[in-house]
Ligand binder design. Sequence first.
Ligand SMILES: *Cc1c(COP(=O)(O)O)cnc(C)c1O
Length: 373
Amino acid sequence: MVVTYHRPTRALIHRKAIEKNIKQEIERLPEEVELFAVVKAQGYGHGAVATAQTALAAGAAGFCVATLDEAIELREVGIVEPILILSVVFPSYLSLVLDYDLSITVATKQWLIEAQEMLADIGSDLPLKLHIKADTGMGRIGFLTPEEVKEAADFIQRSPNMLWEGLFTHFSTADEPDTRYWEQQNQRFKKMLDVLEEKPRYIHASNSATALWHKEFPGNMIRYGVAMYGLNPSGHALPDAYPLSPALELVSELIQVKELPAGEGIGYGETYITPEREWIGTVPIGYADGWLRKMQGFSVLVDGNYCEIIGRVCMDQLMIRLPHEYKVGTQVTLIGKSGAAEITMQEVADHLDTIHYEVACMISERVPRIYKE
Ligand SMILES: *Cc1c(COP(=O)(O)O)cnc(C)c1O
């Protein structure tokens, strides 16, 4: 999709907010613990490269991404710090992994065997940097028992073209008030650490929620994701450990304003009929921008007023009810502050019955990301 600059709809990304969120976290960390900024999925919709550069300036020591292409994007703009790919990369792509000096995740023995064969074919002098993933209860990827982890570690250490760089796990309930399952996962991870005679350079288990709410987290690195963007990982469930500053605002402008008499239909299927004489504004954002049809009935802000989205959201436009006439070009805030009012990403998520992570990712590529100092 082409990025559409010649239209007033934009996501404003506040670098200062990202910087502040990271700095506050680093201040709390024990000296030996490094912060890796998680910039997968285009930096949770905020833009991967700009977010990574901002994170670096704020003190991040490395980066985590989900895919090989995301890692390559960061290298191509000159980022030289460690980059870990959190998901599985098929062994057929290993020459790219070596070329770009990336660290990758190993989650099964079969993968190790295939990777070894591939590395023999490639014949590179550089060792493949590997982080062993332990599945302690997420049920997604990883080795399940201390014996399997030990076996994988031995395999890597015996292979001259592999380097054992890390061991990690991922918590599934770190953002919940009930910490029992977190404890269970933590105990399993400890048992895995206990059977190892040697330890790799990085041991890590903390996503944002673990870093924020589990002071006793294991390891010497954290994978700091959603909190960097100023979003509370738990939604409403737990209070901010420190004030988080949201980094993204979504704004547009009125492109048409009109007064309609009672009884006029608005949008496809005339699901809204003006009950009385009303001022209607049209905003150039729609479901192709990620502002889903389910947003009908939610509000946007105009001049500090909540204005309801009426009628169905179209692909590229939507209509709102205005309290009175406004000029074409008046700012419309879909996420962010306007006057004394604010619409948060969490409120959008609540309306959609989902989490803000999904809202951040759903703002489509058509919406330009504009970076503010
Ligand atoms: C996405 C992800 C993270 C970051 O999680 P946040 O909740 O955004 O902090 C950390 N670790 C893994 C394995 C992930 O997939």
